[in-house]
Structure formats: C-alpha cells, structure tokens
Design a protein around this ligand. Structure first.
Ligand code: NAG
Ligand code: NAG
Ligand code: NAG
Ligand code: ZN
Length: 559
C-alpha cells in the first residue's frame, strides 16, 4: 500500500482513543451493548458466509492448511520471494531500458519454480513485460470475473538503516515465529497466497466463475509501469466494468477501539492526491544591493500564508468517515458516550452533526486527516550562492484531497489564498496556466508538480450491496473458524484510506473495489516501509484460508 501511514494511523488512533477515554466512564458491560436497531440500520453486520456446494473442498483444505507441513511450505515460499529485492524507485526508467527491472525477471522465474501448476493451469500473461496477470477460466461466461490484486515491488531499504535490522532485509530469515525481510508484510503475502490458492484446482475444483490475479510492479512509486498498463489490458480484455469486484491489499484487522471486539476495515474509498509546485522567479543580481524581499523571503510568505489556512474539516453524512463512526459507536467498546449519543442523533439532526464533528476531533485529533484535505510542505529549494540573489525558488506541497472536495476546488482555493501575496510583491500569478495578476517584479507560478493529480476515488457501495455482503460474510466466517465458537465479536467497518493503492488505476473495471488485508495487526512485527519488516507466517496461512473461502464463496454466488 503506498503510504502505509494509514495503517500506522489506525494503530495511533486506537492508542489515542484509549488514552482519551482512559478508564471507561461506564461499566464495560453496559457500554458494550450496541443499540441494536441503530446498528442494524447504520452498520449492518452479516452472518458467516461459508461455501455450500464446495463445502467438502473447503473442509479438506482447512485440514491441509492446519498442518505443520503446510506452514513449512509457506515459510519456504515466503523466504524465496522475500530474498529477491524487487525494489521500486521513484526515478524508474522505462521497462526494457532501466537495468533495475532485472530483479523482476528473477522474481518471475522464482514464481514458476514455486508454483509450476499455476503456470500450467492458469493462463499467464505479462503486461508491460514484468507485470503478471493470471486468468483462471470458469465454466459460466455469464458471470463476471473477480479480480484479486497485490504487488511485487517493495520500498527500497535505506542503506543507513541496514545495521538497525535485527536480520538482514533480504535474508528471509525465519526464527520460528517471525519471518524477516522487506516485502514480508507489504505485499508479498498476497502474491504467495493467491498463487497458492489457485492450486486448489488439484482438489478437483473447476471454477464456475473466472478469477483473475494481477500484480503491480511499481505500486510503491508511480504505479504507471504496472497498474496503469494492467488496467488498460484488463479493460481491453474484459471490458469497462468487466469485473464483479476487486480485492486489493489494504488495512489489517484488530481491536481498533479497545476491548476485545475485532474490527475488520475494508477501505471502500480513497482520498485524492495533489502535489503542488510553487515556483517564484525574480531578477537576480548582487546581494550587496538587495531588494527588500528576495524570492526566498517571498516564498516564506507564501508558505506561511498557506499554513495559516488549513483546509476545513467537514464531517458529512454522505462521507465514509461518518460510516466509520456509526460502526465505532455501535460496537466499539471504548467509544466515549458522547460520541455514541451524537452519532445516533446526527443521522437527521444537523446541529448534532456539528457537535459530533467537534467531539470526534477532541476524541481523535489525528482524525482531521479523514475529514479534510491535508497539506504538507515537504520540499523546498532555492539559492545557489551567498552573494547572489536567488532567481528561482521552489516549494512542493503534498495534498491528500478529502472525499467531499476535488482537484479543481483545491487549485481554485490555493490561487485565491495566494493572490494577495502576489499583489503585495508585484508578481504575476500564474495559477495552473491562468494569469490571475500581472506584476513587474517577477512570477509566482502554481502547477501540478509531477502530473500525478488524482481525484478522490469513487465510493464502493456498502450496506446491503451484494459484493460488500459477500466480503463481510467471508471475513466473519474466516474469524469464526479461527477463533471457534465463543470467540470475540467481529465487526466489519467500511473505512476511508488516506493513501492510495494500485486500485487508483482500476476505477473503470468495477464499482466494487475493496482494499483489505486479512491479516491480524499483531502478526506484523513493525509494520511496513521501515526497518524490521517481519511477519508471522501463520498469518500468511490464515490469509490463504481467507482467500480460499473468498474465491469459493464468489464461485457460488450469482452476483
Ligand atoms: C501570463 O503573463 C505572462 C507575463 O506576464 C505572459 O508572458 C503569458 O503569456 C501570460 N499567460 C497567459 C496564459 O495569459
Ligand atoms: C511593479 O514592478 C514594475 C516593474 O519593476 C514597476 O514598474 C511597478 O511600479 C511595480 N509596481 C508596484 C505596485 O510596485
Ligand atoms: C477511465 O476511463 C476514462 C475514459 O476513457 C479515462 O479518461 C480515465 O482516465 C479512466 N480512469 C482510470 C482511473 O483509468
Ligand atoms: Zn503495498
């Protein structure tokens, strides 16, 4: 997942939530009781969904997956894939030219060695040379195929951090509990799991519905070489909206609101994205006769002005954050009473909705990122010489655009905020190709820094929408099998992703996109994108069980 921060954020939020509530203000037994009618209507939960015609296959596989031999097989496969450093670079050259793509060739050879049957039974294609797509043919062409995705690439290991790793990042070292290495969490388990699941054709399973597996190769950078080309290929091959649903990597599950209630959080929407380049050009000259403000001083004013105008937080009834809150209020053990009460009232009371927003941000200040566009001034450069006036200075501001906003709204707002500063310094303001002011002292230009503007994603239908119900039912069933009768309550909660996965390229393939990793949060040692990435291989086994049920359930569904 690009910017796994969301995952860290979820953990952070739950910690903050626990801090904020401290000792619960009410006996847990009471606070735990959901308001049944409200929960049914606003955060519906579903019965476990298990394969029926494929019941025997499912049972046999559960036994297989429960063996020590199977765990060792998974350890072996995970070690093999983690040992290949399929690093992703922001400055990747084109496939076929940049030699750094070579590790992907090695990776494919390894996949063929590990999963020979898959390569014989499924139709394997490589899109843009290195991005593998596997087609598993079903017998009934009237059913839309389901697409399951993940990615092969990993974020590079920062050389300066090498000696902070407990075991080298490409060792795949297994200590009996943890399997270490870059990619062990993000996202090689999906690759191993999906390819392993497709070998269930050995059990005599011929799918009725077709399934397609596709793996990105630069999810951690632009997603252009991989997901973009994959999406073009899939749209040409299967047509627009040619899939019943997509399941991609996403958030893990865990006790998000304290207590022992497990929240599984498929992301049903993603924020948008915009990198703003601010460039100020002025006349140079000797710094012994400087103007009152150099370009650097002007840029400082621009940045100050932007930071003085944080984006508005908007908790909207239509937004995904409100859905998340409805589930939190219905089932979260350590959710403050005031939130529970306001969430319920806010359904049709505007005043309560406003109060809820305030209470929400008091309870979880970091949640502002969920209900507003965020801005972060991340890069600044300018000036070359101590006795020369700077002629061109630049800042780049990263934005994650709120569900309720758009790229255009963000651009218009930015231009409006910066117009006075352009006037004050007598600068021509070129806002995204349009002159807003004319001045003789220089130019202030605003643009899309890398051409990566992205609107907030379409929102996946939830509630009683059949693909959502199928996913939720499968999650609940997988947990029921894991914990047995008397296990913890499991709540499926639609969630907003603050970052983007490869699915940002897949909007034309289906309306039903889910970003969800069926992995327990505590099966990851230190999260992804940092030192000591490590996973419990038992969690990969669990994921294989989940993917198996998901595929068998989809195969039996007439959606
Ligand atoms: C904006 O102004 C600059 C200089 O003031 C001029 O060169 C440029 O052509 C103008 N651009 C547009 C789109 O009007
Ligand atoms: C803006 O700059 C031009 C060119 O240097 C100058 O002629 C003009 O007087 C300036 N205007 C103001 C308001 O400073
Ligand atoms: C979806 O299709 C439209 C029209 O062909 C295209 O402009 C757009 O870029 C596509 N969206 C994605 C995410 O590929
Ligand atoms: Zn990832």
């Amino acid at each position: 997942m690009r910017n796994w921060a969301k995952c860290a954020l979820a953990v952070y939020l739950s910690v903050q939530a626990r801090k904020a509530t401290g000792t619960p203000q009410f006996p847990i037994g009471l606070s735990l009781a959901p308001v049944p009618e409200f929960a049914e209507n606003y955060c519906p939960q579903f019965a476990p969904l298990y394969p029926k015609t494929h019941h025997d296959i499912d049972e046999v596989l559960e036994d297989v997956y429960g063996t020590e031999d199977f765990l060792l097989e998974v350890v072996n496969a995970m070690q093999a894939v983690v040992r290949i450093p399929t690093e992703s670079y922001d400055d990747f050259g084109p496939v076929g030219e940049d030699p750094r793509w070579q590790s992907f060739v090695t990776f494919h050879a390894e996949l063929e060695r590990l999963f020979p049957l898959v390569h014989r039974k499924l139709r394997a294609t490589k899109v843009n040379k290195h991005a593998p797509v596997f087609h598993w043919q079903g017998t009934d062409d009237t059913l839309l195929p389901v697409l399951l995705t993940g990615h092969i690439d990993v974020v590079p290991v920062e050389p300066a951090t090498l000696d902070l790793w407990e075991h080298p990042p490409y060792s795949g070292y297994y200590d009996g509990t943890w399997l270490w290495g870059r990619g062990s969490c993000d996202d090689k388990p999906d690759v191993v799991s999906l390819l392993r699941v497709s070998t269930i054709s050995l059990q005599g399973f011929t799918p009725r519905r077709s399934f397609v597996f596709a793996f990105g190769i630069d999810e951690e950078s632009a997603g252009y070489a991989g997901a973009y080309h994959i999406s073009q290929y899939l749209e040409e091959t299967y047509g627009r909206n040619g899939f019943a649903a997509i399941l991609d990597e996403g958030l893990t599950y865990g006790t998000r609101y304290g207590g022992d209630v497990i929240f599984a959080t498929p992301c049903t929407a993603e924020k948008g994205y915009f990198d703003l380049r601010i460039e100020i050009s002025t006349l140079g000259g000797h710094s012994s006769v400087p103007p009152r403000h150099t370009a650097i001083g002007m840029l400082a004013s621009v940045i100050t002005l932007l930071e003085a105008h944080p984006h508005e937080t908007v908790l909207s009834r239509e937004g995904t954050a409100f859905q998340e809150l409805q589930c939190a209020a219905s089932y979260g053990p350590e959710v403050p009473d005031v939130i529970r009460r306001l969430v319920k009232a806010a359904v049709d009371d505007d005043k309560a909705l406003e109060q809820l927003q305030t209470a929400f941000l008091e309870w979880q200040p970091a949640a502002a990122a969920e209900i507003s566009t965020t801005q972060a001034v991340d890069i600044v450069f300018g000036g070359v010489k101590v006795n020369a006036l700077p002629e061109k200075v630049t800042a780049i501001v990263n934005h994650r655009i709120a569900e309720h906003s758009s790229v255009r709204e963000l651009q218009e707002r930015t231009a409006k905020i910066l117009k006075p500063v352009a006037e004050r310094y007598n600068l021509t303001l070129d806002a995204f190709g349009k002159n807003m002011t004319t001045g003789g002292s220089g130019r202030l230009a605003l643009s899309d820094a890398f051409g990566t503007a992205l609107e907030p994603s379409p929102v996946t239908p939830t509630g009683h929408s059949p693909p959502y119900v199928l996913l939720a039912g499968t999650i609940v069933e997988a947990m029921r099998k894991k914990f047995g009768a008397g296990g913890p309550k499991v709540v499926v909660q639609p969630t907003l992703a603050l970052g983007n996965t490869d699915t940002k390229r897949y909007w034309n393939l289906t309306r039903h996109i889910f970003r969800y990793s069926h992995i327990s949060a505590d099966a990851l040692y230190n999260g992804a994108h940092t030192i000591n990435e490590a996973i419990k291989p038992t969690a990969v086994v669990e994921k294989i069980g989940f993917h198996t049920k998901f595929i068998l359930n989809w195969d039996e569904a007439d959606i």
